[in-house]
Write a protein that binds this ligand. Sequence first.
Ligand code: IMP
Ligand code: MG
Length: 178
Amino acid sequence: MTKPAYVIDEMISAKSIAARIEDLAKIIDAEFDGTDKLVVVGLLRGSFVFIADLVRELNLPVEVDFLEASSYGDGMESSREVRILKDLRGQIEGRDVLVVEDIVDTGHTLHQVIDMLNTRKPGRLKSIALLDKPTRREVDMKADWTGFEIPDEFVVGYGIDYAQRDRNLPYIGKVRFT
Ligand code: IMP
Ligand code: MG
């Protein structure tokens, strides 16, 4: 199968992302002040760069864990049914938890992940997303904190892929088919 040709136009620079993460980290530090340990849960794979930068800005004791939920296949279509492909290694009952997502799009993924984690009776459970596409929403869901609201464009970079490509770009770019 041949891959469609596309170019990537920068939308959010690496510098803007870094500055925004510094601000978000201060908010999270204040929110979870006094926690014995915050379990920071990255949703694989798209959040891996964001979680790495975010935890290094936090001044809280943290533990890092990962969860993989299926949402997209290898294309650009969202699936509405979310399955857990890889579960957390640790227990979260009674623990403070921060879920870290790359993009909230239709909202199904974060909504279902939060519901599932709530059944495990965590202490405080909050969520943060680097990007939010509010115009695409299909369920009433918003992360507690968002890095940037963006229009309905398909984006890549900073951990986010198109068919597993372009995760290694240091900035967020929008895909334009040529
Ligand atoms: P939702 O369940 O529709 O909110 O989908 C969220 C997931 O879809 C994100 O975690 C991403 O993995 C993926 N996604 C949504 N928009 C984009 C995009 O513009 N580029 C790449 N992946 C995206
Ligand atoms: Mg994802």
